[in-house]
Write a protein that binds this ligand. Structure first.
Ligand code: FAD
Length: 495
């Protein structure tokens, strides 16, 4: 008889696990709390516009890597999915001076040198290091603790220049990297896309993904991608149960018997994969005492932080490109919860014409929010939903005014479509402190990897982005595949 696997959570990680297990001959069921699969990788419609909530870049869009193969196997890429090739990572304009991190590194270099000849040496080293990191790959074949010498040799060969670059930025945050430049616009520009306390190497690696042509965007958006993956899973015989929030994992001794839904129903199985937010797993689905030590270090030490966002999406009357796809500009300072903001980023979605009716555009502004901001939003929403809504709209109005001042050509043409906050991520995905990425390492604390097994529970495995710092779609998918790999390995089947 086929072995049955219960997967809790129909995000990218849970669905990836489900697809590989179905292919390997298991009988799987995904229990997803929401009416739509995809979790954080989602989007929604408002007044004929699509609001895309995830894709800024998808690592692994370039042909030839194991990650690219994985994306094709699960339906994220491949088939008739067209890809938008990003021209740039992002740009920042201040006082008429623009820094753009172009896909074309030579162009970035030339423009930076023209802007800041005083930083020549530093600019050249930065560009060279980005170039060296372009070969970086994400291993997705098998769990790291199961990799052998041969696997490491294969990985090492493709990434031979990378250790030297990691060493060059050891102990440095993005902030520190920025401060090595004399030019103030470059200094500020470096701190805008990735939280500035993150290791400097994470900026180099993210930008290198774009310059390598390995971080483009599948057209159709995040929700369409999640629905493609869900239908791939179902086409393989997987059972996706929506509106099925799980209350707890049912344990007898050192064995999980299945999952109990919030409505009291019990679904039994031979294995359980918990593919939700890790904080949720170990406060709700399993007793906290089962939390692996590595995760415990992140959750309990107080040294690891997470971030989230306050978002406002606007319809624009007319197709206005705002210069580039992701453009940052200076504007009058304002407070968003407890965070002061004086640089604002607009993401313009004109690259995907399916997101807006003809002759119109949709844009989003996202303000990074900390854990303290999460507390603010959560308590405001819980104490007074009316005040919460009012505050969101007031802030969106303030943001709209700043956009209109900086881009007078759109004055009177912006209409608010929606706003959402860290409390939204908590409500929708049970996200710890409203975070939509995993813990952020900084120069003082290392990024942590968690194995995906649960001590004392032989048939429960973990998946999801929280198993490897800083999370993101490739990590979510890899961890889903690794959970499937461990079960297949136990049953002596190959994936
Ligand atoms: C604004 C934004 C921008 C982003 N940009 C990028 C980007 O450009 N590139 C990138 O790589 N990543 C990006 N990410 C991150 C990416 O979306 C996540 O890393 C990824 O989607 C996480 O997948 P997951 O499956 O690990 O977790 P989740 O998406 O959280 O999936 C967990 C699933 O479990 C479900 N669930 C929770 N509790 C229960 C329960 N009790 N019972 C049943 N189901 C439950 C949830 O509803 C959810 O569907 C972005 C995210 C956001 C929000």
């Amino acid at each position: 008889m086929k072995r049955k696997v219960i997967i809790i959570g129909g995000g990218i990680s849970g669905m990836t696990a489900g697809i590989y297990l179905q292919k390997a001959g298991f009988d799987t069921v995904i229990l997803e709390k929401n009416a739509v699969p995809g979790g954080e990788c989602t989007g929604w419609k408002r007044e004929g516009f699509v609001i895309d909530n995830c894709f800024h870049w998808l690592t692994g869009t370039k042909e030839g890597s194991d990650l690219n193969e994985l994306w094709k196997e699960i339906g994220m890429l491949g088939g008739d999915v067209d890809i938008y090739h990003k021209d740039e990572f992002y740009s920042y304009t201040s006082d008429g001076k623009t820094v753009t991190f172009w896909r074309d590194l030579e162009r970035t270099k030339a423009e930076l040198l023209e802007l800041a000849p005083e930083d020549r040496e530093n600019i050249e080293a930065f560009i060279e290091n980005v170039r060296k990191v372009e070969s970086m790959t994400v291993p997705v074949e098998k769990p790291f603790d199961k990799m052998g010498l041969k696997d490491y040799v294969k990985m090492g060969a493709s990434m031979k220049d990378i250790p030297a670059v990691q060493k060059a930025y050891k102990g440095m945050s993005i902030d520190d990297l920025a401060n090595t430049f004399k030019n103030p616009v470059i200094r500020r520009a470096l701190c805008l896309m990735i939280p500035p306390k993150s290791p400097a190497f994470s900026f180099i690696a993210s930008y290198a993904t774009i310059t390598a042509g390995n971080g483009d965007i599948p057209l159709g958006g995040s929700l369409a991608a999640s629905l493609r993956i869900a239908s791939k899973y179902e086409s393989l015989g997987g059972k996706l149960v929506k509106n099925a929030p799980v209350k707890e994992i049912l344990i007898e001794g050192d064995i999980a018997k299945g999952a109990v839904l919030e409505n009291g129903e019990t679904i039994e199985g031979d294995y359980v994969i918990a593919a939700t937010d890790a904080g949720h797993i170990f406060t709700k689905l399993l007793p906290e005492s089962y939390m692996p030590k590595s995760l415990g270090r992140e959750f309990k030490s107080g040294n690891y932080s997470v971030f989230s966002g306050f978002h406002a999406a606007f319809a624009v009357d007319g197709e206005h490109r705002f210069g580039q796809e992701s453009e940052f500009f200076d504007a009058e300072e304002m407070m968003v919860a407890g965070t002061k903001v004086n640089i604002f980023g607009i993401k313009c979605y004109d690259y995907d014409r399916s997101f807006a009716p003809e002759g119109k555009s949709v844009i989003q502004v996202q303000i990074v929010q900390s854990e303290n901001d999460y507390e603010y939003w959560r308590s405001l929403r819980d104490s007074s939903p009316e005040e919460y809504n009012k505050k969101k709209h007031e802030l969106a109005d303030e943001i709209r005014e700043r956009i209109e001042k900086s881009f007078p050509e759109v004055a009177g043409k912006l209409r608010l479509l929606d706003t959402w906050t860290p409390a939204t991520y908590q409500r929708y995905c049970n996200a710890y402190n409203g975070a939509y990425m995993a813990f952020v390492a900084d120069k003082n604390v290392k990024s942590v990897r968690t194995k995906g097994t649960v001590k004392r529970l032989k048939n429960v495995f973990l998946a999801g982005q929280w198993l490897m710092g800083q999370g993101g779609l490739p990590v979510a998918a890899a961890m889903g595949r690794f959970a499937a790999w461990r079960i297949a390995d136990k049953e002596k089947v190959s994936l």
